[in-house]
Each structure stands twice: as C-alpha cells, then as structure tokens.
Design a protein around this ligand. Structure first.
Ligand SMILES: Nc1ncnc2c1ncn2[C@@H]1O[C@H](COP(=O)(O)OP(=O)(O)OP(=O)(O)O)[C@@H](O)[C@H]1O
Length: 341
C-alpha cells in the first residue's frame, strides 16, 4: 500500500541545512498497522507529513495506493488526500461546529449531497462510539471523545490509509487504550492501513503489526513487533523495549535483595507467542540442581500474540546453572544477564 524510496527532507534554517528525513526506504502492506517510534527530533512528524505532502520532499519517491505522491498536480493531490486521511495529537477540530458538523466537513468539501452526508455522519458517529453526542460542541467533550470525532472525520471519505500523528500523546493512559482499541477495531472492520508515529513503546506493543525505529532521520531498525521485542538489535530499540519491560526497576530491586550475599546473577527471560504458556521454570528446577527465585514477571499482549518478560535469580553450581540456561534457550526463550553482583 505504501512504498518509500530514498525519501529525503532537508529544511533550510538560519543555522544551515537540517536533514529531518535521511534517505528512508519503507514498505507497508495493505491492512497493516505500522508504527514508527523515535524520540523528539528523530524526524517522525516530518516523515508522516511527507506521506500526504503536507511537506514537500527534497528527494526520493512516495507511492501510496495508485498515487505517485511526489509527482502529483494540485488537483490530483486533492483527490489523493481523500484516500489518505490524518488524525492529530491536538485533534484539530473546528470549535464553532458541532460534532456532526465537524464530521460532515470533509464530505461537504467532497461535494456529497446533504441527505447522503447526514446518513454517512450518523454511521460514523456510531462507528466511533459517539452516539447521542452529535449535537455537542468540541469544548463539551473529553479528550478521548474529541479524538473520536477526529477519527470519524478522517474516515468520512472512506480512505485507504490513516496517518496518526501522536494521536494519543495528549490523552491519559486509560483513554489512550480506548482510542487504540478503536483504531484496531476500524483496522479490522474496514481493512484500513494505519501508520502511526509515537514515542511510546506501549502504543507499538498494543496495536502495531510492524515497527520502525527512527533516529536522526534514519530508520535504524525495522521488523515485526514480536520479533523486535524478542531480539532488539540497536541500542535505541533496546531502550524503547525497556519502556515496556521495566528492567530499571528490576535492577534496583535485584540490587536491594542481593547486597548481603554473593554470587547472584539476575537473568531476564523473554518469551513470545506460544512459549509464554510453557511451564518452563517448573521444568528447569525439576531437571537441574538449581534454585530459581522469581523477582518480577509480566505478560503483555501484542497483535501477534503474548510477549512475556520474567526476571529471575538462579543459584547453583556453575555447571548446573549453565546447563539450565542452555536448556532455557533451547526452548526458544531469550536469556540475558541483567545483574551480576
Ligand atoms: N519546518 C521546519 N523548519 C526547520 N527545521 C525543522 C522543521 N520541522 C522540523 N524541523 C527539524 O527537523 C528535525 C526533525 O523534526 P520532527 O518534528 O520531524 O521530529 P519528531 O521526531 O517528530 O519530533 P517531535 O515529536 O518533537 O515533533 C528536528 O531537528 C527539527 O528541528
């Protein structure tokens, strides 16, 4: 659905040129929820704004559905933008218009007759869970409800692609989850391709099928979400994965627990998919002469199945511990030493 080839954006500033997007190649399949994660300044917003040509590229190509986005006339761009919608961090609603009128706005621009427009608006209000709020003004809505209006408006013209620019960053965690669930719901119901940018790994973990990690305008790592969680390669990716697994807290806890004894090693075991359901610790202590102390464990759900992280301290003769670790790895579980006093 989306193909980027050597995409580049350089801004000219008074301090000289700034390369915000640096020769990016990217493919997104139809129906995918694709996440782009990076810290502030990585170039995410510029990249997403290039996709619908809110920014003009300095080089490279952008293909979305049948549109060669970098080569369109003004008229073609207007047509293409009906197929490529966007939602924003601060919703960008029209404050003097009701919910119904906000959602109807893109239909008015597209010249949809009034009766058809009203029917479509009612459908969209139902789809995003805003029944009964059609006559409210944005100022009378919560943040989550405002974003629901943004989503309904973005879906009005039956787009093929939805771009989400930090769409949940202004929302509290519970509201964030409900908006993410709505995005998954419309992805499934409508087969819509969704690209979202975020600085929160929780958002990627919860709804994305694939993820790209951005740093200094480049994509430094890309892959299926579960695979990236299981084996993050780049330092930047490992930092983002930590946002979900919380090893800092665990390291602190391990330090506290084991200051007075010696020879303790804390391991992080990472399970994905079906591995998360195996009674692995039970098998380890039955098979090898080791004791295992569980410090912290967590299973989270991703779009491709469960992802689990378990922090354990293991004690025993070196030989037995080493055999237990080899056995664990043979079960498809990643093992990493995170604390060794
Ligand atoms: N219009 C502009 N003019 C000049 N420089 C810009 C412009 N827009 C972005 N930049 C620069 O491009 C780089 C990437 O910015 P961008 O906003 O795309 O990053 P980001 O990852 O989205 O970060 P944030 O989440 O803070 O917006 C930054 O160095 C930024 O200062």
């Amino acid at each position: 659905m989306i193909s980027l080839n050597q995409l580049k954006k350089v801004f000219t500033t008074k301090d000289g040129p700034v390369t915000a997007v640096d020769h990016i190649d990217l493919q997104v399949a139809e129906g995918q929820i694709y996440g782009i994660i990076g810290y502030s300044g990585a170039g995410k917003s510029t990249l997403i704004r290039l996709l619908n040509r809110l920014e003009d590229p300095s080089g490279g190509n952008i293909q979305i559905a049948d549109w060669k986005m970098d080569q369109l006339s003004e008229k073609e761009l207007r047509q293409a933008r009906q197929e490529i919608s966007m939602i924003f961090q601060h919703f960008n609603l029209l404050w003097s218009r009701t919910v119904r009128e906000n959602i109807a706005f893109p239909l008015e621009i597209a010249g949809v007759p009034k009766e058809e427009r009203m029917e479509r608006v009612d459908e969209l209000i139902d789809l995003v869970g805003l029944s009964g709020r059609g006559d409210s003004y944005p100022s009378q809505l919560s943040g989550g409800q405002k974003q629901r209006v943004g989503i309904a408006r973005a879906l009005a013209n039956n787009p093929k692609v939805l771009l989400c620019d930090e769409a949940t960053s202004a929302l509290d965690p519970k509201t964030t989850d409900s908006i993410l669930e709505l995005l998954v719901d419309i992805n499934k119901k409508l087969g819509l391709t969704i690209i979202l940018i975020t600085h929160e790994m929780h958002v990627i973990r919860k709804i994305c099928h694939r993820v790209a990690v951005m740093e200094e305008g480049k994509i430094v790592e890309e892959g299926e979400v579960l695979e990236v969680f299981r084996r993050p390669k780049e330092a930047m990716t490992k930092e983002f994965v930590k946002q979900v697994t919380e090893p800092e807290e665990t390291q602190e806890a391990a330090g506290e627990l084991f200051t007075d004894t010696d020879n303790h090693i804390v391991y992080q075991l990472t399970f994905v998919g079906g591995d998360a359901k195996k009674p692995l610790i039970n098998d380890v202590v039955k098979t090898f002469d080791v004791t295992v102390n569980i410090l912290q464990g967590k299973i989270s759900h991703t779009q491709h199945g469960p992802y689990g992280s378990l922090f354990v301290a293991m004690e025993g003769e070196d030989n037995e511990v080493s055999k237990a670790i080899t056995f664990t790895r043979e079960q498809g579980v990643e093992v990493e030493v995170i604390y060794n006093d």
